[in-house]
Design a protein around this ligand. Structure first.
Ligand code: AMP
Ligand code: ZN
Length: 664
């Protein structure tokens, strides 16, 4: 098979697997096998850039950075929808329709997905443009980001028209949203409030690699264009599905408003089982001919109507406000409620977020409160029923001392949360920190779980993560549910963690704001724990992408005597606290002080590998040419505007070979 054919075959296969997995939810290949094939394709494409294809599945992983999103006009305006809230509203709408069109009217009922709207343009079956709704007339070109969303086909199948726009909604399903939040909480960041805002925020991230990591989905609902040879809305949904788009199966035809109401009643109840958020139903006149006759008002089509579900709300008694202490010492107030049914689940607790939130709503123990389940996973209290407030009610006084260790709480200027500063003596902080240390992305200790950590701490066997390395089988054997075998596994798991590379150890230490990415950056720059420890705040801030908040937190961590001695102990036990010799061998300072811009397509290395080479050798990579740029590394097809700019600023342009000889 020649190279071109080999590349095409891999692309076709990967496309099919992407489709099976992300559109049909029915994978037919293991993740591992998929990754192997993807890697093969990436290597071939890097080696043979002449076969570049703007719809290759390798573009799904991102890599391009957009500093400013270009504004583009929509060829067909993106309208809003009129809203209705009752049967009467819908009957009124039907009356208006019947005055304007002849004959029977059928309706397509669809769910109203709650996310960010997007308009995709396809030409000859390839995605050429993806634009946000903006003001309806023009939006932002977010094509590179949209290409990373796996359910958006880059190449259509079947019998599609040569050119059309298709509209849909980018949503973030609950499962992925929750996972993202767990990770944020783990690194001490505020969780995202709801999937909708997170989805729309994602579209405007500058680094498409970050977008690729988010489990976004694209659900389609409307095809626009000319000469499409489609006569009804329902047919257009079926066609979109056949071309490879993700179109939810819920869509249904209705012959009357009564049937529309049945659809609404069904989904008002069953929408809670859907994997993503919906906030209503959209009803559309099915015949496109009738749609044309009805036309548009200044803001919305006359042929469509949104029906908004009522946000589910109940009132119940707030029995008690309690306070939780997190791993970082952050205090979260929790409302303990008289159990109540809401949106199909029993609600007993609601988050109160922080002291300001309680003060703003004047929430008090004993109050009758309204609880709502909106986009958020955890229900929230939206108001107090003041008419039911007991006569002897007193305003809530926020706690001043830690509920676990009684230390006086602190609240830093500009932060919403109170913290317990008793870092080394507060039980949930001690346990939480060790739980973080052993977690999967950190030291990944086999045979040790979060509950066992609590048992070990409460039994007085350990007080910090360095103590893990002195545990013996005999010590852990008496613990609940421990047997000889599991005790041995635990000790072996701890021993094995001594091989975990430094960047993960640094993350495992649980320094506030030092998540996985920051840990990698610090390790790359400083290479040893001692170098990080000795870095001043100013030096840290000068490391690429390390901000003041992170720098302060790192300095504070190492300033603590207790932390220093824990780290000495880890060192003594043989935990990896510097970059391995093997990794170090590939790193030099040859490019220190130089900033590079990479442009074009390369032959012997991929663009990402090239960037990594620059960074590994101490150089910086920047995405745009400025007077600060030292060199431009130019491959084939370097953009003409970049070339002119580099020349006008007198910046040296290096060929791939010239660059490689610089680091050799
Ligand atoms: P609104 O933003 O309340 O005016 O509602 C209009 C928006 O609903 C549109 O811009 C779409 O983004 C969104 N939407 C969600 N699901 C659908 C659907 N099935 N059909 C049409 N629009 C939808
Ligand atoms: Zn405490």
């Amino acid at each position: 098979m020649d190279i071109k054919q080999q590349i095409e075959t891999l692309r076709d296969e990967l496309r099919k697997h992407n489709y099976n997995y992300y559109v049909l939810d029915n994978p037919t290949i293991s993740d591992f096998d998929f990754d192997v094939k993807l890697k093969q394709l990436q290597e071939l494409e890097a080696k043979y850039p002449e076969f570049y294809d703007a719809s290759s599945p390798t573009l799904r992983v991102g890599g391009e950075v957009t500093k400013n999103f270009e504004t583009v006009a929509h060829e067909h305006r993106m309208y809003s929808l009129d809203n209705s809230y009752s049967k009467e509203d819908l009957l009124d709408w039907e009356t208006r329709i019947k005055k304007q069109v002849d004959g029977e009217v059928q309706y397509t009922c669809e769910l109203k997905y709650d996310g960010a709207s997007i308009s995709l343009t396809y030409e000859n079956g390839q995605l050429t443009k993806a634009v946000t709704r903006g003001d309806g007339f023009q939006g932002d070109n977010v094509t590179t980001n949209i290409k990373t969303i796996k359910s958006v086909p880059l190449q259509l199948k079947g019998d599609f028209p040569p050119k059309f726009d298709i509209r849909g909604e980018i949503v973030l399903p609950f499962e992925g949203f929750n996972k993202m939040n767990e990770e944020r909480i783990e690194i001490g960041e505020e969780p995202y409030r709801n999937p909708r805002n997170t989805a729309s925020g994602s579209l405007k991230l500058q680094d498409s690699t970050e977008v690729a990591k988010r489990p976004l989905e694209c659900l389609l609902y409307n095809i626009t264009g000319t000469n499409l040879n489609i006569s009804t809305q329902f047919e257009s949904l079926e066609k979109a599905r056949a071309w490879g788009f993700k179109v939810p199966q819920a869509a249904k035809l209705a012959n009357s408003i009564d049937e529309v109401l049945e659809f609404i009643a069904y989904w008002d109840e069953h929408r809670h089982n859907l994997p993503y958020e919906t906030d209503g139903v959209v009803i559309k006149v099915n015949s496109l001919y009738q749609q044309e006759e009805l036309g548009y008002t200044a803001k919305a089509p006359r042929w469509a109507m949104a029906y908004k579900f009522k946000a589910e709300q109940v009132s119940t008694r707030l029995n008690e406000i309690t306070y939780q202490v997190g791993r970082t010492g952050a205090i979260t107030p929790v409302a303990n409620l008289e159990p109540v049914e809401l949106a199909g689940t029993t609600v007993k607790r609601a988050s109160l977020h922080n002291a300001d939130q309680i003060a703003k709503l004047d929430i008090r123990e004993g109050d009758e409160v309204y609880v709502e389940k909106g986009g958020e996973i955890i229900p929230k209290i939206i108001a107090v029923d003041l008419s039911k407030r007991p006569a002897d009610s007193k305003p809530t006084e926020y706690i001043t001392h830690c509920p676990e260790c009684n230390t006086e709480l602190v609240r830093t200027e500009g932060e919403a949360q109170h913290y317990c500063p008793n870092y080394n003596g507060c039980n949930p902080q001690i346990i939480g920190r060790i739980q973080h240390f052993i977690s999967r992305k950190a030291m990944d200790i086999d045979g040790l779980g979060g509950e066992t950590v609590a048992l070990l701490v409460n039994a007085g066997l350990i007080t910090n993560y360095s103590d893990l390395y002195e545990l013996t089988v005999d010590q852990v054997l008496p613990l609940e549910r421990m047997a000889q075998k599991s005790a041995e596994n635990l000790i072996n798991g701890i021993e094995a963690s001594k091989q975990i590379p430094f960047e993960r150890v640094l993350y495992a230490l649980g320094i506030r704001y030092v998540g996985e990415t920051v840990a990698k950056k610090l390790v790359k720059h400083y290479k040893t724990i001692d170098a990080i420890k000795n870095a001043s705040e100013e030096e840290l801030v000068n490391v690429d992408e390390i901000g003041v908040k992170i720098a302060e937190s790192v300095v504070a961590f190492f300033a603590s005597e207790a932390n220093s001695s824990i780290i000495e102990r880890l060192k003594h036990f043989g935990v990896q606290l510097e970059i391995s010799a093997e990794k170090l061998a590939n790193q030099t300072n040859k490019l220190e002080g130089s900033t590079f811009v990479v442009s074009g397509v390369f032959t012997s290395v991929s663009r990402n590998e090239l960037k990594k080479l620059i960074e590994d050798n101490g150089g910086k990579v920047s995405s745009s040419i400025s007077s600060k740029t030292s060199y431009v590394v130019a491959g084939d097809n370097m953009g003409p505007s970049k070339k002119t700019k580099a020349e006008s600023l007198n910046i040296s342009i290096l060929s791939e070979e010239e660059f490689l000889s610089m680091i050799r």
